[in-house]
Design a protein around this ligand. Sequence first.
Ligand code: ZN
Length: 106
Amino acid sequence: MTEEIEKIQCPCGRIIDDPEEYKVLYLKHELREIDILCPNDSCYLRELGYIKFEIKDGKAVFKEASFYPPFVTWNAGRLGFEIAEKILKSHLKEIAKRVDWVRLGR
Ligand SMILES: [Zn+2]
């Protein structure tokens, strides 16, 4: 039962059970930024967060990652701040693992 409650949700209503479900967009390469998008194509928020990176010796290196306030606040309101923060942090970690760092460095 607790498992049912402790699920991350986008304000659009989409439950994000697994960090694999987020979409990542590599369009802002010059800005050294990757967008994290809601899996729901008709989401009104679309961008839920970002990952920033640096290029060092021709390699992309993780700099920082964060979710935007509307998404964090929504989940903190549902789950409580501590639980939401804990789950969202683990989601960011998983998303960063999925990033193709080699490809980014090119
Ligand atoms: Zn959404």
